[in-house]
Write a protein that binds this ligand. Structure first.
Ligand code: NAD
Length: 526
């Protein structure tokens, strides 16, 4: 399809805008990183690289702003986010332009990504006041004692974000942290710093106090340690390998962290799909495998098909994959965009080459497409993938999937669970109750029934995270906000009654105390 050379950059993405966006990134040595337009490989802007001193200064400024912000009543803080909700939606197309130039994803995914922060704002606008309100609890002695659970912001939250959803991971995890009264220092990936910088400028336009949301940039191993050492809590999204490094350092500092990591996500198709079900499955599976060019943490890399219907389902899916349009365009034309970088393209290609060398078959795709742009790779379907292959055991994170036949549902579940990861899974079936019973047996933080991934991720009321080596903690739901707070337990005793009364025999006191424990249980006093 379209070639990168004929491409016109979106009118919104001017040099003036880019210079203004990166101007807020501290970089006292003047060192920069060349941020490029993925479709063409052309340099867009020189991104300042922050030093440890820059990061310490950013935390200092954030801490000063946080001390004032935490004193704002929650309702007043939320007013900022009501305005931000409107601004983020009204500027979605501009945001999508920036997401596309820096990540190379197609237009559909860029627009869908812009929806995530407003969805998060919408959800927590309804929940935040309730979650953050002090809660009264009964004390050990009814009536004369009680305690209050007070939610205190952690302070300054460090957020380390990946390149695959730079706008969503740069903003959406920060929003509940800010609502809870924290400041944020975010480190986006160098490749994709523009859209989060733009999103933060919109939050400030909505009234977020200046200084509260800082951005530092640099290569992870260079600036990660200083960021973690200055943070009161770390929110990390990225690979399992890096998550281990982050978690170790946070542990040493005795601060909390949430780690949202990689996956090797399975999809099981049960044998009872009718023709409508098959058609819906093909579309959903194509999106689940190839959406965002396969660079979604929850995307599907393994599809298990019933042996009795293997040929029929395989040919329907392969046909769809073969017909996906691929191209470099800032409109809604191409269904498949670019990978994020040439390095990543090479990594994806190495998984396919390794699989083929060890005996797998390419059913469609399998090649890089430099004729379209530097980092394009075809939608690829493999068969005969085994666990000794890279594509069979580790995350490929590209538009590559393996198809596997299974004989029994037990076998399919066993194969789906035969991985170190546990981020997302999908089960397709005509009988939803049967599919739910299968879902219950899959070791995964998220399971989508009759969808590939979006339903679970967009259900903001349920915590979403990984199990096994896919993560620690979760985003979304009540814990997606409460994790950014400490619970302070303030207890009041109105009269000193705990202990023997003057002159009371201790045995008598113990007997009375044990009886009252039973009584309280009966009265359901907690
Ligand atoms: P990555 O781990 O290489 O990098 C993620 C971020 O961490 C980047 O900002 C990077 O600069 C930084 N980083 C790297 N090394 C660091 C270090 N030593 N200290 C501090 N920071 C460091 O991951 P990636 O390749 O950018 O992103 C793709 C990965 O992210 C995939 O594995 C994908 O599954 C995962 N991911 C997970 C989720 C989720 O919610 N579970 C969401 C998106 C992406």
């Amino acid at each position: 399809m379209s070639a990168g050379s004929a491409l016109t950059r979106p009118a919104f993405v001017t040099d003036e805008l880019l210079d203004r966006l990166v101007a807020r990134v501290p970089g006292r040595t003047g060192a920069t990183w060349k941020l490029t337009e993925v479709y063409t490989g052309e340099v867009l802007v020189e991104l300042p690289q922050s030093t440890p001193e820059d990061i310490e200064a950013a935390f200092e400024e954030a801490r000063a702003a946080q001390a004032l912000w935490a004193q704002w009543p929650v309702a007043k803080r939320l007013e900022v986010f009501k305005r931000a909700h409107t601004l983020l939606i009204d500027n979605a197309r501009n945001t999508a332009d920036l997401i596309q130039v820096e990540s190379g994803k197609n237009r559909r995914m860029a627009i869908e990504e812009t929806c995530d922060p407003p969805m998060i704002i919408g959800y927590y606008l309804k929940r935040a006041e309730k979650l953050l309100k002090p809660k009264r609890h009964g004390g050990p002695v009814p009536v004369i004692s009680g305690s209050t659970e007070i939610r205190v912001p952690k302070g300054v939250v460090g957020i380390i974000a990946p390149w695959n959803f730079p706008f969503a991971t740069g903003l959406s995890d920060a929003i509940p942290a800010l609502m809870a009264g924290n400041a944020v220092v975010v480190k986006p990936d160098n490749k994709t710093a523009l859209s989060p910088l733009y999103g933060i400028s919109l939050l400030e336009e909505a009234g977020l106090p200046k200084g509260l949301f800082q951005v530092v940039c640099g290569e992870g191993p260079d600036i990660g340690p200083t960021l973690i050492d200055n943070a009161n809590y770390v929110m990390f999204t990225g690979s399992t390998a890096t998550g281990r490094v982050i978690g170790e350092r946070a542990g040493r500092n005795l601060i909390g962290c949430c780690l949202e990591l990689g996956g090797k996500n399975p999809m099981i198709v049960l044998d009872d799909l009718d023709s409508t079900g098959v058609a819906e499955w093909v579309e959903s599976a194509a999106f689940g495998v190839f959406g965002n060019t396969g660079q979604i943490c929850m995307h599907i890399e393994r599809i298990y098909l019933p042996e009795t219907r293997y040929d029929e389902l395989k040919s329907a899916f392969v046909e769809r994959a073969r017909n996906l349009s691929i191209g470099a365009a800032y409109d809604f034309g191409p269904e498949l965009g670019s990978l994020v970088s040439v390095d990543h393209r090479d990594r994806v290609a190495s998984h396919v080459e390794d699989a083929v060398a060890k005996g797998a078959t390419v059913l469609t795709g399998g090649r890089a497409r430099p004729d379209i742009g530097p980092a394009f790779f075809e939608a690829t379907v493999l068969e005969g993938v085994t666990k000794d292959m890279l594509a069979g055991s580790t995350e490929t994170f590209g538009p590559v999937v393996g198809l596997y036949p299974y004989r029994t549902v037990d076998e399919a579940i066993h194969l789906a669970n035969d991985t170190d990861y546990g981020l997302n899974a999908s089960v397709w079936g005509g009988d939803v109750a049967r599919a739910e019973a299968v879902a219950a047996r899959i070791d995964s933080g998220n399971v989508n029934i009759n969808d590939a991934l979006a339903t679970a991720y967009a259900s903001k009321g349920s915590p979403s995270g990984g199990v096994k080596q896919s993560g620690v903690g979760a985003r979304h739901g009540d814990q997606g906000l409460l994790k950014y707070t400490d619970a302070k337990n303030v207890a009041v005793l109105k009269k000193q009654v705990m202990g023997a009364r003057p002159g009371q025999d201790y045995d008598a006191y113990v007997k009375q105390m044990l009886q009252s424990l039973k009584l309280m249980r009966k009265l359901r006093v907690r």
